[in-house]
Design a protein around this ligand. Sequence first.
Ligand code: WT7
Length: 704
Amino acid sequence: MTQANNASIESLLAETRVFQPPAPDTLGFKAPGGRGPRGWHIHSLEEFKRLHKRSIENPEGFWAEEARTVEWFAPWTRVLDWKAPDARWFVDAKLNVCHNCVDRHVSAGYGDETAIVWEGEPLGVRTGHPAPGSKYAKTPEIKRLTYRQVQSEVCRLANALKALGVKKGDVVTLYMPMVPELAIACLACARIGAPHSVIFGGFAAQAIVERVEDARSKVIITADGGYRRGDVVKLKDAVDQACAKTSLVKDVLVLRRTGHAVQWHDGSAGGKRDHWWHETVPKMSDQCPCEPMDAEDMLFLLYTSGSTGKPKGIVHTTAGYLVFVQMTARLAFNLIPSSGQLFWCSADIGWVTGHSYVLYGAMANRVATLIYEGAPNFPDNARFWDIIERHKVTQFYTAPTAIRSFMKWGTEFPARHDLSSLKVLGTVGEPINPEAWIWYHEHVGGARCPIVDTYWQTETGGHVITPLPGAVPTKPGSCTLPMLGVDAAVVNEQGEELPPDRGGLLVIRKPWPGMLRGIFRDPDRYVQAYWSRVFGKGAGGERTPYYFSADGARRDKDGYFWVMGRVDDVINVSGHRLGTMEVESALVSHPAVAEAAVVGMPHAIKGTGICAFVTLKSEFLRTLPGHPDDAVRKALSDHVVREIGAIARPDSIRFADGLPKTRSGKIMRRLLRDVAAGVEKITQDTTTLEDFSVVARLRESDEE
Ligand code: WT7
């Protein structure tokens, strides 16, 4: 049913260890338990369970109370309008997310507190690797921005966007490295009510074209490039290639980061298309009012993979998202303003984790957020630990795939550094195998930091199942219990909740403020993807759809959730979400390919690797003497990288002269998954298989 690797499922099933939360004072946080002016801080399991029960029994009361922790320009008339599957939260209220993340802190007298600590990847002048024995040859570039400085920078950029004609409701595309200006750009968009659509810098030009066209976005903010593992990633070049394929983009604002030579283009109408950030933005006024936004105005659009080849533009709106990320960030990471905390989420802002926690969650809570530009293994495998030591990071949030790389590199790297500033560790993106959890706990957390395994999705906006570090005992591999206000359950196809230890579908039975509001310009797909699979009973006993996560899970006797992985055609490669169909479309767009099927396969570091089964066109085969060889594999693999980006590079390409299909012509993916995983005995039902011999031949197609 799922893509997770069998060995890791077995170790998850066998896992019985329980780790108690540390006492509140040893967590190092002064906040008392109970409800303060900034909302709840929870220090015991009983208190958590009591509050959770209350939040589910009276969600509107609970969320109304929670919503008092943000600042509103005008109050709501109703907490929730719910006509499944359409939710409107805090109806008629007016507010601005940038105001809540920046201005309210400045107005309250905290303008001089640190908002952003940024570290670039290169170490001073790039002179190559440090001499043996010396720590680092040069120090990296570091910037610190206070909330007041962020406010002026955001205002300047907001004014520059207005000068380019950007108005409330216009989607602005961001394709940038991990620099403070990316955070500033998101906030500037939020300030003027222009939804941002951030495209991860690892995606290729074609991905920009598709997203810009779907969003009808006329303005792109980018940089000449960014640094990654010592190399320059040429972002502006990709934007140029994208703009050659779409006439939509009228203006490109370019930040100078690397300083390498870039091409400069005029607009199609003759005016300037490309504008340097440093020539336009600093000239602007540092005053710009926050646009009063309706609670349900779109805050951002973020494209993510689904079961078809076309990415979905996930829509998040203003009020519900803000209330939800502010609360979940505070509770899951124990964020406390003015307490000297430095929160570091290593995700790129191009993913939802970066949106919700690097940026909005941390800043709404008035905690300093660390942004690091580059790779964990530059100049060596200790870079992350060096950053934690030098900056005294208090909460660190990363992905299981990164932890597995750290494990492979060895314990000597974290051991070289003083990591005693750490109080809470987090993980997200895919199920974490208990071995990685324990390693993280011991070698990074010094066996003293609670680990929050946060389960959520681009669609959920923020954490929906996660331990709270001071309250919920943890079990390695389990994301534990649903967040306050979230009614998550494991059900069967009929929507009935399953007894402990039975595998089923992970659903959410009630709306929550951070939920997606739709798929941009595709209301039918919204209903079909999330609200048509599982139905249950609503408050009055009526048939109502449940939110379908597309993940399989079970709960244990303590009610703890154990997520087993996706049950659809989405795979999680190094914590990056990819549709197998997207990779297939990229493959078949190569002239040599007749047909392709892509499935996930177990991978020690990535969690899931990409395995592609490809049949080549016979006319192409005829031009090759002998059998297709590694050169063809490389050509196809490079083609996928050009079409989608490096994250989609197949780990294995197997050639076949036919793909296993049912009599009705559907590719039998489950069977391919078994072949890819090297399962010895095919237990799948193959009675509908048209030609069984193809399976035998596929097994022989293994590249090794
Ligand atoms: C998918 C969503 C939300 C931020 C990053 C990923 C998987 C995510 C966990 C976790 C087990 C997890 C699920 C989910 N996933 N976190 N803690 N335990 N699985 O966001 O790219 O939208 O991917 O990631 O399969 O459906 P995303």
